[in-house]
Design a protein around this ligand. Structure first.
Ligand SMILES: [Zn+2]
Length: 282
């Protein structure tokens, strides 16, 4: 993916230098000093303002995490470019359909994180929380995608996953997610799971649509990297890593084959009207 020198989004909250923390704040002076070190320790994403907000909000925050390496910084910048690409492309698509795209935030974290959807850890994999309209990711996930799930890796694997999560945001804005949850009421588990699969595959389709409009920035291997990641994040793979925490994006996702099919369909057509997973998954 050609990304160097391109626009970076301001909507990334980089919490990687700050531990999610199991210890409640109340460490007094020491807690505050550690927090300030985190803020001024060369980390770019987190502002003093948001750190203060966390302090005042009484959120759990104490242990210092390792400072960001050069590689971590670079990954952060890559994520900012991908998010910016998503903002540009979805804003345009929404506008073409007479709607306004509301930009979501993307939170980078390490270890564990608190969200409007409950607590989550790295083991849950990247996810979107409709409650606060934020995408949460621990980039360590992508190492595991390679080592544990045999994905090819590469930068576009990350781009695909971000685009998939943004796809869930698009579904939230369009009201698809709410409609789907309503339709699940009173259904058998099998039927409810089918609806969930349709939602997930549509997010893959949207990731494909985004890729369609990003073709000029693609490297030759990028589509393979996306497909390999889609292949690796079939249901079984992610769910076997689940813990007992609340993670909305942990339901049934569809088979590897289905995931690749819908990504490719989005990539080929670039037409959001053709993401008809709800009609086709029965
Ligand atoms: Zn998903």
């Amino acid at each position: 993916m050609k990304w160097l020198g391109r626009r970076q989004s301001d909507n990334v909250e980089d919490r990687r230098g700050v531990s999610g923390g199991k210890v409640a704040l109340g460490g007094g002076v020491i807690g505050i000093i550690i927090l300030l070190l985190n803020v001024f320790g060369g980390e770019t994403g987190q502002t003093v303002g948001s750190a203060l907000e966390q302090l005042q909000g009484g959120q759990q925050q104490t242990e210092a995490a390792a400072p960001l390496s050069k590689e971590d910084e670079e990954m952060g910048n890559f994520v900012r470019v991908i998010l910016a690409d998503n903002e540009d492309i979805w804003s345009k698509i929404f506008e073409e359909h007479g709607m306004t795209y509301k930009k979501p935030k993307l939170v980078l974290f390490r270890g564990s994180v608190q969200t409007a959807c409950g607590g989550a850890s790295s083991a849950s994999g990247p996810f979107y929380c409709p409650g606060d309209q934020k995408v949460y990711m621990d980039l360590g996930f992508f190492e595991e995608l390679k080592t544990k799930f045999g994905a090819k890796g590469g930068d576009f694997a990350i781009a695909y996953v971000i685009a998939h999560e943004i796809g869930h945001h698009v579904q939230t804005l369009l009201g698809t997610s709410a409609k789907m949850r309503q339709a699940q009421q009173g259904k058998s588990e099998t039927e409810a799971n089918k609806l969930s699969v349709a939602l997930e595959l549509q997010a893959d389709f949207y990731a494909g649509v985004w890729t369609h409009y990003n073709q000029k920035n693609l490297d030759t291997d990028d589509i393979d990297e996306a497909l390999s990641a889609a292949n690796a994040v079939g249901d079984d793979a992610i769910q076997s890593k689940m813990s007992d925490q609340v993670v909305p994006d942990s339901f049934t996702h569809g088979s590897s084959e289905q995931r690749m099919y819908w990504f490719k369909k989005g990539f080929k057509t670039g037409d959001i009207e053709q993401g008809t997973t709800f009609e086709e998954i029965r």
